[in-house]
Design a binder for this molecule. Structure first.
Ligand SMILES: [Zn+2]
Length: 645
């Protein structure tokens, strides 16, 4: 500060004179002493390499700010603000993306997606709307078999009885009509059950006389004969006979799904439950430079204490969510566990009996845990004590309570902060679970639901039929979460539901089923949230669940330039249009990885401004230079005038 007794008038005079001196220096002196080498230096080290202008930039920062333009340098965001401000930064070599008024958001994140495209490439697609009745399935299998040799396995996936006009399971007898000489295995869209034909049942030695395996169900006719439908662990009886995908097929599948993700403005994923082979495939795809999605993986664990021990020894040393390989593309993040079954197979673990056909009661069926709950709890303690992040699959209210109480026990015994343990699906949490999640998030940074609003839509008709009228209203209670300051992560659980996050945004608001078998809103509207919160659950809150909230999830200075551009403004369009948003452009780390073929967005090289006249590069440099000189001048003059030491 100025010491002494000089008047404010003097100071003003000094400031004005120094300003004019610096202006003179800036305009006449500097340009002459900055040559082409300096210009390239400035371009290289100070200018943005990309700018996005003329947009509506939904930042998803704490204030929910909306800007017009973004400047990017070295893969990270260097400025967000007005067109005027960002345009000033454009240099000769800056790539200029003109958004033509379109809306940009942070790249979408999916916190629960079985990230493999092998099913897209190598498995028969039996999903709606291509399949609407059992005859459609038969026809597709028949056509496939015509291209195969007898004895070769036919694999399919994606059927859902809730979307079949027959509203019933597909049985072996349905498949046998078209596949007498080939084994067939077709999984349900939820992945928790499937149907084998008689050829496959015979290979697996599944007969009237074999008992259900632990944690699984062989669906049977009243006389005990298997129907062909196998649930939960019973699926392995057939699954283990099917040849595994090769490493090359897995890699091709990953490359395929990475493309599909980028096409939907999606840039990051949490892949739950992988093994060493898929990890290898990820590393290979990363090495090929084709992993244009950030991947955070969870390791699959077995069902015994020994399994947990072995896994901790094997992956513990490098499973650290904050430590990443190079550029935050592939992260060994934690452990995935299962506690119960599914809402489609009515195997999830409940306090009250399952319903069926909405109002009927599935007598005596409370579902079940797929692992001994006591062993499960011990595993939770082991992983927690090893400092490992974990997320657990739980659909039923009883399973969710069991997990929450296991987490609470672990935290009580060993009060580690910040492991962010998750509850995957977390469909119908009890009041107790909700209170505990709110508390745990606050005190230990743990207890986060990783939830899929799309369940209410894509499998929503089957779900409503099984959960029944009362429980359906408690499904995915997002509004209650908001009221209790609970944050949650959004996801698709692909291939259970389609992977595009736009469906999840929409479903969080609309809570509508696909076909309206039990009315279009059996889930009610009390737990609906708005687009602002829905968007958070697919961006910044998900970033947190991947330990990356300082790096991604919002458009803020210093974060990676992971950005998606949309044809419509999410914040203003009618809710139903959110489902049909079309991605125009996707950037990851500032690099364009998808551009819609018909987009009006244009990409060009920077406009040459001052530098054309032999001056130095551009307007912003001039501003910086003038400012620096002015400050220097003021300091010098003040030292002389006021004799400041
Ligand atoms: Zn899943």
């Amino acid at each position: 500060m100025v010491r002494g007794n000089k008047s404010g008038k003097n100071q003003l005079l000094v400031f004005i004179s120094s300003f004019f001196i610096s202006l003179l220096i800036g305009v006449f002196l500097l340009p002459s002493c900055v040559g082409p080498e300096d210009r390239s230096f400035i371009e290289k080290y100070l200018m943005p390499d990309t700018v996005m202008i003329n947009g509506k930039i939904i930042q998803v920062d704490a204030e929910d700010s909306v800007a017009e333009a973004i400047a990017i340098r070295d893969g990270k965001i260097m400025a967000v603000g007005s067109n005027k401000m960002v345009k000033k930064l454009i240099g000769q070599n800056t790539q200029v993306i003109d958004l033509k008024g379109m809306t940009a958001t942070p790249g979408f994140i999916d916190s629960h997606c079985h990230f493999s495209g092998t099913s897209m490439l190598y498995v028969l697609d039996l999903s709606y709307p291509a399949v609407q009745k059992i005859a459609d399935v038969q026809q597709k299998i028949k056509a496939k078999i015509e291209t195969m040799k007898p004895g070769e396995w036919v694999r399919g996936r994606g059927w859902d009885e809730g979307k079949l006009s027959e509203l019933r399971y597909i049985y072996a007898s349905d498949l046998d009509l078209v596949s007498p000489n080939n084994p067939v295995w077709i999984t349900h869209t939820m992945g928790h059950y499937g149907t084998a034909n008689s050829y496959a049942l015979k290979l697996a030695k599944i007969t009237k006389n074999i008992p259900d395996p632990p944690g699984g169900t062989i669906d049977r006719y009243p006389d005990g004969m298997p129907t062909g439908v196998l649930k939960e662990s019973a699926q392995n009886l057939v699954g283990r006979l099917i040849p595994r995908f090769t490493l090359e097929q897995v890699e091709k599948g990953l490359i395929k799904i990475v493309e599909e993700f980028n096409k939907e403005g999606m840039t990051t994923v949490k892949d739950p439950g992988i093994g060493p082979e898929k990890w290898k495939a990820y590393q290979n795809v990363l090495a090929q430079g084709k992993l244009t999605v950030r991947v955070f993986i969870l390791w699959e664990t077995g069902k015994t204490i020994e399994d947990a021990k072995r896994l901790i020894d094997r992956v513990g040393p490098f499973t650290k969510p904050y430590i990443t390989t190079g550029n935050d593309r592939l992260i060994s993040g934690g452990i995935k566990l299962y506690l119960d079954g599914s809402g489609g197979a009515r195997t999830a673990w409940l306090y009250k009996e399952w319903n069926k056909n909405y109002k009927e009661v599935d007598k005596g069926n409370y579902g079940y845990p797929v692992i001994d709950p006591k062993i499960f709890r011990k595993q939770v303690l082991m992983f927690h004590n090893a400092g490992l992040h974990m997320s657990v699959h739980a659909i039923g209210d009883r399973a969710i309570d069991w997990i929450i109480d296991s987490y609470a026990l672990a935290l009580k015994e060993n009060s580690i902060h910040g492991l962010r343990h998750g509850i995957i699906h977390c469909n119908i949490p009890t009041g107790h679970a909700i209170e505990m999640m709110a508390e745990m998030q606050k005190t230990h940074d743990a207890g986060y639901p990783e939830s899929q609003s799309t369940f209410m839509w894509w499998i929503g008709d089957t779900y409503a039929g099984n959960f029944g009228p009362e429980r359906s209203l408690r499904l995915k209670p997002f509004k209650t979460y908001l009221d209790k300051n609970i944050i949650w992560g959004g996801g698709s659980d692909f291939s259970v539901t389609p992977l595009a996050a736009r469906y999840g945004l929409w479903a969080s608001i609309a809570r509508k089923t696909l076909l309206g078998v039990y009315g279009s809103n059996p889930y009610g509207m009390d737990e609906a949230v708005d687009i602002h919160n829905a968007l958070r659950s697919y961006t910044i809150w998900n970033a947190r669940q991947l330990f990356m909230e300082d790096k991604i999830g919002s458009i803020e200075v210093g974060k990676y330039a992971d950005i998606a551009v949309w044809n419509k403004d999410l914040y203003t369009i009618p809710t139903d249009e959110i489902k049909d948003l079309k991605c125009q452009l996707t950037l990851i780390g500032g690099k364009i990885v998808y551009k819609a073929p018909d987009t009006p967005v244009t990409i060009s090289k920077g406009k040459v401004t001052v530098s054309q006249r032999g001056y130095i590069g551009s307007a912003p440099f001039m501003v910086f230079a003038l400012l620096a000189i002015a400050i220097a001048a003021v300091v010098q003059i003040r030292r002389k005038v006021f004799k400041i030491a």
